[in-house]
Design a protein around this ligand. Sequence first.
Ligand SMILES: Cc1cc2nc3c(=O)[nH]c(=O)nc-3n(C[C@H](O)[C@H](O)[C@H](O)COP(=O)(O)O)c2cc1C
Length: 266
Amino acid sequence: MDSYPVTQTANAATATPPAAPTHSVISPAILYVGTPVVIISSENEDGTFNLAPMSSAWWLGHSCVLGLDASSKTTGNLLRTRQCVLNLPEDSQTDAVNALAGTTGSNPVSASKKPRHYIYVHDKWTRAGLTQQASDFVRPARVAQFPLQMECEVVDVNPLRKDLPDKMGLALAIEVRVLRVHVADRLRMPGHPNRIDPDRWRPLIMSFQEFFGLRDTKVAESVLGRVPEEEYRAWTRSDIKKLPGDDDDEAHKRPQAVAAAVADPI
Ligand SMILES: Cc1cc2nc3c(=O)[nH]c(=O)nc-3n(C[C@H](O)[C@H](O)[C@H](O)COP(=O)(O)O)c2cc1C
């Protein structure tokens, strides 16, 4: 702390006029900055297999953490059976993902999905034109059309938002362990028995509900993208506990923000 006034003095001595602001405070209702689309295959109570697109997934080693709506059929299936297959489509396979968007294997449709007009579909394979391929270690089938498939078992389940009693557990972080990886031969790296060639693998990326590849343009229109982002606002904050930044979605209405917006109408 001793150096603090000195630094201030030095800054004052070399002070330049403040630069024009480069960043604004905004409050996006979603923060889906760009992650791969995964189609999860899981087993229903009647022995059939459900399919669900999701994209809040990340991997570390052979662990994967899945961020899932607790009310989804897939979540119930994972908690009950402890098994799933993660099927990853390429960026040319958006038709199948769009066919699955807005559907749930839950009957009746959960209260949280009704406002977003989800419909119940039991056989999502037929709906999306996808075919089953038997797995080796788990009961749910793999999706034959998708080039990267991971057979998994559930290791741990943690509710998100433990800081907010009224929102805790609406979404779950489900940790799975990848037991076996299947990859289309055309995506393998020549000369390396266990490598996927990133020059050949083109994952489908979901960014703010829209579809992209590892290219410089959107690859197709996204059905999920028809959901207004503000529909997700209820997930972002508690009704009973206030946190810093909770009102940032209204920041643009504050006087200084209005003045900045008029000066720089981006
Ligand atoms: C491209 C895309 C990405 C999605 N990402 C997620 C996600 O990361 N987590 C989640 O819970 N739901 C996500 N969803 C919504 C689920 O697909 C939705 O909850 C669906 O009803 C789940 O199906 P189920 O109820 O049959 O399990 C996504 C949907 C699409 C189309």
